[in-house]
Design a protein around this ligand. Sequence first.
Ligand code: G3P
Length: 497
Amino acid sequence: MAGDTFYKEIRAAGGAYKWHCDGAWRESTSGKTVGVSNPATRAREYEVQACTQAEVDEAFAAAKAAQKGWARTPLWQRAALLHKVAALMRDHAQPMADCLVKEIAKPSKDALSEVIRSADLIDYTAEEGLRALGEGALLTSDSFPGQTRNKLCLVSKVPLGVVLAIPPFNYPVNLAVSKLAPALMAGNAVVLKPPSQGVVAGSHMLQCFVKAGLPKGLVNMVTGKGSEIGDYLTGHPAVNCISFTGGDTGIAISRKAGMVPMQMELGGKDACIVCSDADIDLAAKAVLKGGFSYSGQRCTAVKLVLVVKEVADALAAKVAAGVEKLRVGMPEDDCDITPVVSESSANFIEGLVEDARQKGAKFLTPYRREGNLIWPTLLDHVTPEMRIAWEEPFGPVVPIMRVASADEAVAHCNANNLALQGCVFTRDINKAIAISDAMETGTVQINAAPARGPDHFPFQGFRDSGIGSQGIRNSLAMMVKTKSTVVNLDKDSYASG
Ligand code: G3P
């Protein structure tokens, strides 16, 4: 990090990271900062600005002003600037990845791939935007009974205005650019509220947008405690769209936000249904990878295995053998299982495990915890009476529930308000499609673990797991509204006959 002067201006002389408004990195007039602790050491790692409500107003005012000119900027110029952002992210990726390791204990190899994945997403969005936003429609009035052809309706897509982007801690870079890139390509301005854990990685990401030469005020970033400025941000009259990824805070925001379009991607209790004819090796590998990648802190992580009794022992044994091989330790050492993001998160996970223990779950691997580091825990003979059968641990704990049939498994999934993704393992494609149709989740993966990517695929949650849809093309469509321009020609010159 030390050598990369590219990021010099985002940090104040005193060491605290600055907020960004109207083209400038600034210290808050509050004179206060908020600490960011390293989940692995629980020691204070960074300081960021505690922005005031007046500074939130400034950020929205700057965005609103900049958006006017940006809306008139040709698509090809927007795309060119976004490609420049992506190039800068690749050139300056390591310091940003290092922040992910320190702020959210993301294993270093995954941290770097998150940054590169984000640059790819921005490039793809620029290209997709040129096509998707460069086309409109023309309707003529004479296709409706009794009408002559004297009305021409030009249908175009226009920007919403100012987008409030609120990404989560588990992907503070990737799930920020998945909001910023489509918002900007569609002609909007942005106010970004990065997560409390991940804010410094977010600052590095934003510097790439600033250094690419975007008009000042087009992207702004406010930092501080959600508890202090959260409601003020989401209820601000200048907000024309909210794109939020996170937990059930999103439900509270959606209740308060009122008449603005929302893109909400909230939690999931992603189930893995394993049928009696499944390829058990394949299923076991998917449960291992899907259940324990980034220590289970992914909304798409496998959070419940529903396995048909006949093959349950075989599957449980294979997964348990795989868990034994997982490396537990520090993110700098690229371990598979690293500390979870906070003490409160670790306590919540432990609560679910203890509830399952008291209600008779069988521990296929011992539960162990040191600080925020929780060893991968595989529970068997989980029952619907246990909280872990319904709640999202967001940690390295995978429960196995034995079922009599796939129908019983589907019924359990559909009874949960969380409905983001699921997956099914079977060698019978007809059965797979039938189960996919029956599962009321935004996505069903057949013979693979749940995943959001690749990032051009639609990504959405049903019920309490979300509003709207993501994925590059769907996000572009979410960031515009339809505008009709009706050309009324002289009716007589079109009179029939
Ligand atoms: O919010 C989505 C994220 O948690 C999961 O993304 O790419 O790990 O499946 P991914």
